[in-house]
Design a protein around this ligand. Structure first.
Ligand code: ATP
Ligand SMILES: Nc1nc2c(ncn2[C@@H]2O[C@H](COP(=O)(O)O)[C@@H](O)[C@H]2O)c(=O)[nH]1
Length: 211
């Protein structure tokens, strides 16, 4: 119990609490977190995950993800380099310790964009983040957004929709998430997100002014 208390205290002393974004693929996590990082670039930093999926047009290696082979990813997992990792829609994803440390070293709020397996695994660590669930207004809207995004084949789209059904149920489980945002109208959802994180945003702004 004392160990847990001290490691929590230590993680609090190490900087502001990270923020975990989770929710079905296509709900709008990236859209919302990119808006947040654009408006508050000196407050938030993104934990760049590793993945074995191919980059989408416009995505940049080292910025959106570290794109790696399955062999390289498995080796890094076996070496204990990851806080959590999961297989989603046939591809491997993971949060490296280095990705989180790189953001925390700058005293920024570390943003993680992870699936629900990642949420379950992060809950077993001492990271102590704020958990934000981003949900679509309906499955029909989610499917339209994913189709309109034009990033998926029919096969990967079906896998993502299947995972989304489970994910939407998970989002309703009590005591998992601190904040639930239904991303229907983007501006409203963004306003709710800023409001929910306002205390942490102000703390980081204040700390950077006094340093
Ligand atoms: N409120 C909204 N209204 C309409 N379209 C939206 C809204 N939010 C996001 N979108 C669009 O929906 C699509 C999916 O959004 P986004 O890529 O941000 O989802 P995501 O949750 O990050 O998905 P993934 O987990 O697959 O990365 C994008 O094309 C985005 O522009
Ligand atoms: N458990 C983890 N999940 C992750 C990580 N990085 C991203 N994700 C989740 O994967 C799906 C699909 O992402 P996409 O970019 O291929 O659309 C989505 O739910 C992300 O939240 C991670 O490091 N760990």
């Amino acid at each position: 119990m004392y160990m847990r208390y001290f490691s929590r205290l230590f993680s609090a002393m190490a900087g502001p609490r990270p923020v975990v974004f989770s929710g079905p693929s296509g709900a709008g996590k990236s859209t919302l977190l990119k808006k947040l990082m654009k408006e508050y670039d000196s407050v938030f930093g993104f934990s760049v995950s590793h993945t074995t999926r191919n980059p989408r047009p416009g995505e940049v290696n080292g910025k959106d993800y570290h794109y790696v082979t399955r062999e390289a990813m498995q080796k890094a997992i076996d070496n204990g380099e990851f806080i959590e990792n999961a297989v989603f829609s046939g591809n491997m994803y993971g949060t490296s310790k280095a990705a989180v440390q790189a953001v925390q070293a700058k005293n920024l709020i570390c943003i993680l964009d992870i699936d629900m397996q990642g949420v379950r695994n992060i809950k077993k660590t001492d990271l102590n983040p704020i958990y934000v669930s981003i949900q679509p207004p309906s499955m029909a809207v989610l499917e339209k957004r994913l189709r309109d995004r034009k990033t998926e084949t029919e096969e990967s789209l079906q896998k993502r929709l299947h995972a989304a059904q489970v994910d939407m149920e998970f989002g309703k489980e009590p005591d998992i998430f601190d904040v639930l945002i239904i991303n229907d109208h983007l501006d409203e959802a963004y306003g709710q997100l800023k409001e929910a994180l306002s205390k942490e945003i102000n703390m980081v702004k204040k700390a950077s002014l006094s340093s």
